[in-house]
Design a protein around this ligand. Structure first.
Ligand code: ZN
Length: 281
């Protein structure tokens, strides 16, 4: 199953368009894409046989599949080759920070550059479909509603400013957390633990890996995070980026006005975000 946030309304994505959930369910489920995760099991059961008129979906109006999570977790250094290029040791526990939800945006929206040191990080993004507290990795996927594509855009000057790094702030400028275009349930994927993950800038490949390269795969992340925080339905996890970020290049490379950032995960979807200089720059 695939769902999307079409201009703030929850839709079931089918070949040829979207089914408006509130209308098709006669109000059994509301229009708010965030609320559906509270009743995820019931919703997926209903969706199996749901029918009705399909409406066209305009990509430009798509918002984040989980627009207002109560908690957002983001993981640093979760791919070996990225830890290596960052000249940092592999973590023994997931290196965790947050991305504040005011940084959320859609899969095809323009993103403002507040400086000339903004970097790209394509990531698999997980949305919780059930509460998880002290859950073992063996049951990790049971708590996942679905996955989507994300970017963990990073302003490296703020992120790394001494004396202590400020990951959460450096990665939370407006628009720095695009996700989408759709949320895909894991059963739709040939292998939910091994997906191709790629990022291009104006068509040039800058990141290309597989999610099987994660140091802490999705079920392990759920075990580790939920050993401390209860994870709640609708919570979002940015699972880390593979190698190929701009700050690790020699010379360093950052995003420039007018470039188109494409983020792609096999079987999940593609986001296309144009980056533009902030008006006040
Ligand atoms: Zn990241």
């Amino acid at each position: 199953m695939r769902i999307a946030n079409d201009a703030g309304r929850l839709v079931l994505v089918r070949d040829g368009g979207g089914l408006d959930v509130e209308k098709a369910s006669s109000g059994l489920f509301g229009s708010d894409p965030q609320e559906v995760y509270e009743r995820w099991a019931e919703f997926t059961e209903w969706a199996r046989t749901a029918g009705g008129d399909l409406l066209p979906i305009a990509p430009g109006t798509l918002g984040p599949p989980a627009p207002r999570p109560r908690q957002v977790f983001a993981i640093g250094l979760n791919y070996r080759a990225h830890a290596e290029e960052s000249a940092l040791a592999e973590p023994e526990f997931p290196a965790t920070f947050t991305k504040f939800p005011t940084s959320f945006t859609g899969a095809y929206h323009e993103i403002g550059l507040p400086s000339d040191t903004v970097d790209w990080e394509v990531e698999l993004v997980v949305v919780l479909g059930a509460r998880a507290h002290r859950v073992s990795a063996a049951h990790g996927w049971d708590h996942v509603a679905g996955v989507t594509v994300g970017q963990d855009l990073s302003e490296r000057t703020v992120q790394l400013r001494p004396p202590v790094p400020q990951f959460s702030l450096g990665k939370s400028f407006p628009g720095f957390s695009p996700t989408g275009p759709e949320l895909v349930t894991p059963d739709e994927l040939p292998d939910r633990d091994d997906l191709t993950i790629e990022c291009t800038i104006d068509g040039e490949s800058v990141q290309s890996s597989r999610t099987a390269q994660m140091i802490f795969p999705v079920p392990e992340l759920i075990e580790k995070l939920s050993s401390i925080c209860p994870l709640l339905p609708g919570d979002v996890i940015f699972t880390g980026t593979p190698e190929g970020v701009g700050a690790a290049r020699e010379p360093k490379r950052f995003l420039r006005h007018g470039e188109v950032l494409e983020s792609r995960i096999g079987g999940v979807g593609v986001m296309r975000n144009r980056v533009v200089r902030d008006a006040d720059q």
